[in-house]
Design a protein around this ligand. Structure first.
Ligand code: ZN
Ligand code: ZN
Length: 329
């Protein structure tokens, strides 16, 4: 009897373990698929980031164009506005009218493809004041282009149908120079020059609050200025690509010339790890990802960055929420 009880107990135990295993496997695969959405719906610390788009110029079903939201309280700040950015703003549960300003790192198409939509959607859905746009020299052409592109629509919605506020259909442009470019309450935004030659100037941004700091590299080759401005930051969100082979000059361009440019004006995951280690940041987030290598690219990105950076590494996916270390469990 006693033996049978033990056998029954063992049977029940192994059944329970088996069920637990199935549940764990199911919840793991569910977590993997749903992770980004789950991350953005949790309550958040005072400042955090959401990766709105982690892709690059080639259209990708899974990755919108480069764009990162920095959220401070209710206020939302966008760094770059790549393709699909407003879809991701909606996916992240952010209100268009809460977008305070857009900071452009540079004027490559992948970083501004979604900018007209940000300007227009924020106006159509609640912004009544001028659109605040911070960008490098050359941004005035972009501004004029957007206003011309929407001229007919602005006339219709402002003057004829919705009677949307006229001020909302205008753009306040701020041309960036290195240094503090924005202050709002506890938030300070500093622009700094990076090396995306021949794209000059190209900027990265540092967001500082009393709670902590988040730095965004923009598109850049490794450089001292980035390391200097990222020093001691809590989070560094850094672009990264994987060369097609281990040869440093072999990059994922379709031609040798494109490959040479990749190596010259972007950063490999290994180089991003180097920058993070040298700057002494706590968390490295890889974005603007260009995998171009077979296999589990998340694992490869992480392994490459971990060669020199020994802190926490997050391989970005769209709609992932990035908390400051002080807000993490
Ligand atoms: Zn670029
Ligand atoms: Zn880019």
């Amino acid at each position: 009897m006693q033996a049978r009880k033990i056998i029954l107990k063992r049977g029940a135990l192994s059944l329970a373990l088996c069920l637990l295993g199935i549940l764990a496997a199911f919840s793991n695969s569910f977590a993997t698929q749903q992770q980004p959405i789950q991350q953005v719906t949790k309550p958040a610390a005072k400042m955090y980031a959401i990766l709105l788009g982690t892709g690059f110029p080639r259209p990708d079903a899974e990755r919108a164009g480069p764009s990162t939201a920095i959220i401070v309280g209710e206020k939302v700040y966008l760094v770059d506005a790549g393709r699909g950015v407003m879809q991701r703003v909606a996916g992240a549960g952010l209100k268009p009218a809460n977008i305070q300003a857009v900071f452009l790192t540079h004027l490559h198409s992948d970083h501004i493809d979604g900018l007209p939509d940000v300007f227009h959607s924020t106006w159509q859905f609640g912004r009544s004041t001028p659109f605040q746009l911070y960008g490098p020299d050359g941004t005035s052409d972009v501004v004029q282009g957007i206003l011309k592109f929407y001229a007919a629509d602005i006339h219709i919605r402002r003057d004829l149908t919705e009677k949307l506020p006229a001020a909302g259909a205008t753009i306040d442009m701020h041309i960036l120079k290195e240094g503090v470019v924005y202050q709002d309450g506890d938030l300070r935004v500093t622009a700094f020059l990076v090396d995306h030659f021949p794209v000059v100037p190209a900027f990265g941004f540092r967001f500082d609050t009393p709670d902590g700091s988040i730095v965004i590299s923009g598109d850049t080759h490794p450089n001292e200025n980035l390391v200097r401005f990222a020093r001691g930051a809590d989070v560094l969100i850094h672009e990264a690509y994987l060369p097609q082979s281990n040869a440093p000059s072999a990059a994922p361009g379709d031609t040798a010339a494109e490959g040479a440019w990749f190596a010259r004006y972007h950063s490999t995951a290994t180089e991003a790890g180097d920058d993070a280690a040298r700057a002494g940041v706590k968390i490295l987030v890889l974005t603007h990802l260009i995998p171009h290598r077979p296999g589990d690219s998340d694992a490869i990105f992480r392994a490459e960055a971990a060669k020199s950076f020994h802190g926490k590494i997050i391989v970005g996916h769209d709609l992932m929420r990035i908390d400051l270390p002080s807000a993490q469990p």
